[in-house]
Design a protein around this ligand. Structure first.
Ligand SMILES: Cc1ncc(COP(=O)(O)O)c(C=O)c1O
Length: 419
């Protein structure tokens, strides 16, 4: 991949419909779609609205399979192992509904998991008399094998499932899921990977990874429409997978029975977000050189870069800049030394907490730290500030539409708040 510089203001920004006065540094929570993907969503909605009977009964299933095939190719599996779901939460609920737990069984997860995922498994364990085991990862993350080993120390004879983020939400770290899956396979323990941040941020090959379940949202780093995600179910688990929502359970178009039939028709709904996911992938896989007007300001040779390469390259540079610039200006600290190995297109930085007002954040929806609201109200900067363990973290996301200016503006705003 050719390494090109990051321009002062992004030549890609007008492919999105972000307002000029908004500094959006939170693609990791809610990734807006480029206009071309918004158009695709509208196209599929029009197809549905113009003749619902024809679309839902005769065309939808094949169109969904075609979109799934593009997605399957991107994530390294066959479309027969994937279903579309509204989001990673939905996918994880299907796994919970399909996991038979008894009193005394254990579900193992890390202390970096997404709050709603921990809540789901806590409730699932409470309902069945099983135990939720939270294994702390080391404070200093360095060797990936050592981290996997420390996590797997939480396995006991009673462990029935491992749930682990591919890229964590509060701490934005790429966990050693390959190593965890390898170890779990030797113990015959199924692994469910919570992957909404990894898809697009990192290369993903589900065949090689060989986990049991992988849940993801495509409305994060793939910039697909909101309400698009997928669940991967390994062939060895397809017999036992159960729907969290029960509907007709058959193919509406009359195709051969498959484990996926329980999931395609979940009552009447608009499948446009799923169908436009293929166009989000086509957008990211298109060549940078097909956008000459966007790159006129950058004299470096383009090679055969795709927008996906360009996004990852820009994001890495922006998070490197965030480490040095916010560190210099307000004393933030990265959670790991080797940010290249542990971080992708977002990074969580520890703020100098003693100088900040307290807030009861701890993963409760709707409760934000005052700094997050202050940045929005005073500087129109969208960025999450979360409390994790005893630290206050600010999580910087970088995408094609971000630029070095964004990091300097954030740095100046933080300086103003902290002084
Ligand atoms: C690690 C992780 N898992 C699950 C989710 C839930 O994603 P969604 O709201 O798209 O279902 C998130 C959302 O940010 C997340 O960060």
């Amino acid at each position: 991949m050719t390494a090109r510089g990051v321009l002062n203001s992004s030549p890609w920004r007008d492919l999105w419909s972000l307002p000029d006065d908004v500094l959006y540094l939170n693609h990791g929570s809610f990734g807006p779609s480029p206009k071309v993907v918004q158009d695709s969503f509208k196209h599929w909605t029009r197809q549905l609205e113009s003749q619902p009977m024809n679309f839902l009964l005769r065309e939808m299933e094949e169109a969904l399979e075609n979109s799934l095939a593009v997605l399957a190719d991107f994530v390294g599996t066959s479309r027969g192992n994937l279903i579309f779901v509204d989001n990673a939460t939905f996918g994880m609920n299907i796994v919970a509904a399909s996991t038979c737990l008894e009193a005394g069984d254990e579900v193992l997860l890390t202390d970096h998991e997404y709050g709603a995922v921990t809540r789901l498994w806590r409730r699932t364990c409470q309902q069945t008399g099983a135990r939720l085991v939270t294994q702390e990862l080391p404070v200093c993350l360095s060797d990936r094998d050592a981290v996997a080993e420390q996590f797997m120390a939480g396995v006991t004879q009673q462990t029935r499932l491992i749930v682990v983020s591919h890229v964590t939400s509060p701490t934005a770290l790429i966990l050693p899921v390959e190593e965890i899956c390898r170890r779990a396979r030797t113990l015959d323990i199924p692994v469910c990977i919570d992957g909404p941040h990894a898809v697009g941020m990192l290369p993903l090959n589900l065949k090689k990874l060989d986990c049991d379940y992988y849940t993801a949202s495509c409305h994060k780093w793939l910039s697909a429409p909101f309400g698009s995600g997928f669940l991967y179910v390994a062939p060895r688990q397809q017999k036992r997978i159960q729907p969290a929502i029960v509907s007709w359970g058959g193919s509406i178009g009359g195709r051969q029975p498959s484990w996926k039939d329980e999931f395609n028709w979940l009552g009447t709904r608009n499948p446009a977000a799923f169908l436009a996911t293929a166009d989000a992938l086509r957008f990211l896989q298109s060549s940078v050189s097909s956008f000459p007007e966007r790159i006129a300001a950058d004299p470096e040779p383009l090679g055969d870069l795709t927008l996906l390469d360009e996004f990852r390259n820009i994001a890495h540079k922006l998070i490197d800049l965030a480490v040095t610039e916010l560190g210099r200006s307000v004393g933030t600290k990265p959670l790991v030394k080797d940010t290249v190995a542990w971080c992708g297109s977002m990074i969580s930085l520890a703020l100098p907490a003693p100088s900040l007002p307290e807030a009861d954040h701890v993963g409760k929806a709707g409760q934000r730290h005052p700094l997050q609201d202050w940045l929005w109200e005073n500087h129109q900067i969208e960025i999450p500030v979360v409390r994790w363990r005893d630290q206050l973290l600010i999580r910087v996301s970088g995408h094609l539409y971000n630029s070095v200016d964004d990091i300097f503006t954030l740095s100046a705003a933080l300086r103003e708040y902290l002084n």
